[in-house]
Write a protein that binds this ligand. Structure first.
Ligand SMILES: [Cu+2]
Length: 686
């Protein structure tokens, strides 16, 4: 290990460029023959090392030599075809169907049987079926094997402007035995594309932001659990249902989920929240690291894919007072399409299966398979974060420098939560800075105990940053300096021996300061608006002045007695697009601008100066914890006008006077992950 570390330092010193993710995890792209639309829905490995991939187009491909050994190209053989969007594939290794491929189509789990050994399926046998409503959002996933030989599948909710369960068992996880007998396992699911069973049999599933889901999250599901979206409870009266909770038993109060769970029986809080846009935007597959070190220093931890941000994230778990909880961290971005599936290769590398049709992603390719390979270099990372009775303990992947590692100023802690309500998503709620009393660094420099100067808030997400910490050699900063720990329960144990701090940094002040910081950020947005002077001609009504900035005027100005000169209506299209590429307006004319969000996710529309859409989109990303509160609109002179973030199936009209200077102005959605794709031109003409 020492040798590895030294060689890394050597190479850094030579290049003078801080190492990036690519120095530790290489991406190897699998070449795909022309004509194969490999929109990966499911992925499994065969005992001989080949990959089997089911595609959303309905095919199953067997891919030989996926490791491209000896520089040979992979081979593709079509095993099955004509399936209905199979979003899961499993090679059975136990039981009476050992050696068969199981695919989950929209309406059934199907056994694909090759009777004559020519590696083409001859029989497609229904193993377990369920009804369909025909709604586009009725995705079905799995099966995932359990250690006891059973399997689980999950069924998405319909989308009808909100989540709905229009046919039986939508919104459920179902358990299947080898005879094809089904046991309803848990419900409250909304869009459960990824789930896994750990080696100990514990089942975890990943949820996507939506109605009743403030942010992405991973939840431990035991029999009879209710994971939060009430639509599936419609079927709780059916025979075999493990719970009798009804949709009307679940109040939409906007209180945090952990509060509501104190009174709603069966409601299960997540083990780990993945803060929306701070980590990713759409969780997908979950994989436990079973590589025993072949994939790097994270053995036993979990990796979670993200569809929209084309990246893989990392998650650690611990059990405190009988509850699962833990932290998530960034891991590796830059993959070529939207990640749906992850699979361990025989060499301990990770295959990543991707598709982005209709589910746009930052990766520009429509589909693909890539492999993440550990280069053998040790990344300087927070390996894990653990709860302590008076704070957190960070374990690093390598010893840290004593001076920066012991300095409280190298760290910061913030806590926050989300609303639990029928609305789509949630802003960050009740954010507070947690003052740090001190830091105790272990003798070997590998763990730092961060002691809070206030009682931690159970139930809240804790942002743990270690921005100032350097590696023992002093040359490296952390590859990723932030983790998010979901504190369902504060761990018991001994308090660290750190004396209370003196008056200068007493905790109540620190908390106040943070509130002031947030407020001033919002104010700045308003001040910036006035400073640009663009709102001058608008002469808004008094009500408008009181409620919105000059960049977002939602009532028609009183002086527009003849109404607007032009009304523009722009809508969204699936796949992160506006329905309008270009629209012309006359310089200085009065514009009513209607933005319709008829998509199934959140969007805004921001009108910016020519050529600045990408820059404004990037500034929006940097708003971090303040982003949602500010509608992802940065305080920038390049921003001329904007709508707020709009819920799905909602619209907002804003009024503005077009710039007097002709040019190709732009409109852009600055919701994180959208800005590079959701752009259009507002051409101002004489
Ligand atoms: Cu958007």
């Amino acid at each position: 290990m020492t040798v590895v570390t030294l060689s890394l330092i050597h190479s850094v010193a030579l290049s003078q460029k801080p190492p990036g993710e690519e120095d530790y995890y290489r991406i190897v792209t699998l070449p795909i023959p022309d004509g194969v639309q490999l929109e990966v829905g499911g992925m499994t490995s065969l005992p001989d090392g080949r990959l089997a991939v089911s595609t959303r187009r309905g095919d199953v491909w067997l891919i030989g030599n996926p490791y491209m050994q000896g520089s040979r190209q992979p081979t593709f053989k079509r095993f099955a075809t004509g399936l209905h969007e199979p979003l899961g594939l499993l090679y059975r290794t136990v039981g009476p169907h050992k050696g068969e491929l199981f695919a989950t189509q929209r309406g059934e789990v199907t056994r694909l049987i090759d009777t004559d050994g020519d590696e083409v399926a001859d029989e497609y046998r229904a193993f377990y079926k369920w009804p369909l409503s025909g709604n586009y959002h009725q995705y079905s996933y799995g099966p995932i094997p359990l250690p006891d030989g059973d399997m689980v599948i999950t069924l998405n909710l319909d989308w009808v402007g909100k989540g709905a369960s229009q046919s039986k068992w939508r919104g459920w996880m179902l358990k299947l035995n080898d005879k094809g007998e089904m046991t309803p396992w848990a419900t409250g699911l909304r869009s459960p594309a990824g789930f896994t069973a750990l080696r100990d049999g514990s089942i975890f599933y990943a949820e996507n932001q939506g109605d009743w889901v403030g942010s992405g999250r991973v939840t431990h599901l035991e029999k009879g659990d209710f994971a939060g979206n009430p639509a599936g409870l419609r079927w709780s009266g059916e025979p075999g249902s493990p719970l009798s909770l009804k949709p009307e038993d679940v109040p939409s109060t906007g209180k945090p989920m952990f509060e509501v769970a104190k009174t709603v029986q069966h409601l299960k809080v997540p083990a780990v929240w993945f803060p929306h846009t701070l980590m990713g935007i759409s969780t997908s597959d979950i994989k436990e690291d079973t590589t025993n070190g072949a994939f790097g220093p994270f053995s036993g931890q979990l990796f979670v894919g993200d569809q929209g941000h084309s990246k893989v994230m990392r998650m650690t778990l611990e059990k405190v007072n009988g509850k699962w909880q833990g932290a998530c961290f960034p891991f590796r971005e830059g993959l070529q399409s939207g990640i749906l599936r992850m699979l361990w290769g025989q060499d301990g590398s990770m295959f990543v299966g991707m598709t982005s049709r209709g589910w746009a992603a930052t990766g520009k390719s429509p589909f693909g398979v890539q492999r993440l390979v550990w280069t053998g270099k040790m990344p300087f990372e927070m390996k894990t974060i653990r709860s302590k009775p008076d704070g957190f303990e960070i374990e690093f992947t390598m010893p840290v420098d004593r001076k920066t590692g012991e300095d409280p100023a190298s760290y910061s802690l913030n806590s926050f939560t989300y609303k639990y309500h029928s609305t789509y998503g949630s802003p960050i709620e009740d954010a507070r800075t947690v003052p740090i009393r001190g830091v105790v660094l272990s003798q070997d420099g590998r763990t730092a105990r961060i002691v809070a100067d206030t009682t931690l808030r159970e139930g809240y997400i804790h942002e743990v940053k270690a921005e100032g910490v350097k590696s023992a050699s002093g040359t490296l900063s952390l590859l990723h300096n932030t983790g998010y720990y979901t504190l369902n329960a504060i761990a018991p144990g001994e308090l660290a021996n750190v004396p209370a701090r003196t008056v200068a940094s007493a905790s109540p002040n620190a908390m106040h300061d943070h509130g002031a910081m947030m407020a001033s950020t919002s104010e700045k947005a308003g001040v910036g608006a006035k400073a640009t002077g663009k709102g001058k001609a608008i002469a808004p009504t008094k009500k408008v002045v009181a409620s919105v900035s000059a960049k977002r005027v939602v009532d028609m100005p009183a002086t527009w007695t003849n109404g607007p000169d032009q009304t523009i209506s722009i809508s969204t299209k699936p796949g992160l697009k506006f329905d309008t590429e270009k629209v012309d307006v006359k310089a200085g004319s009065r514009i009513k601008f209607v933005f319709n969000n008829n998509d199934d996710m959140l969007h805004n529309c921001v009108i910016v100066k020519p050529g600045t859409a990408n820059a404004v989109g990037n500034q929006a990303l940097k708003l971090n914890l303040n982003g949602a509160k500010l509608n992802y609109v940065p305080a920038s002179a390049d921003v001329l006008f904007h709508t707020n973030i709009l819920q799905p199936e909602s619209a907002e009209s804003i009024y503005f006077t077009a710039p007097t200077e002709p040019g190709d102005y732009q409109f852009v959605c600055t919701f994180p992950g959208h800005s590079s794709l959701m752009q259009g031109t507002l051409r101002v003409v004489k």
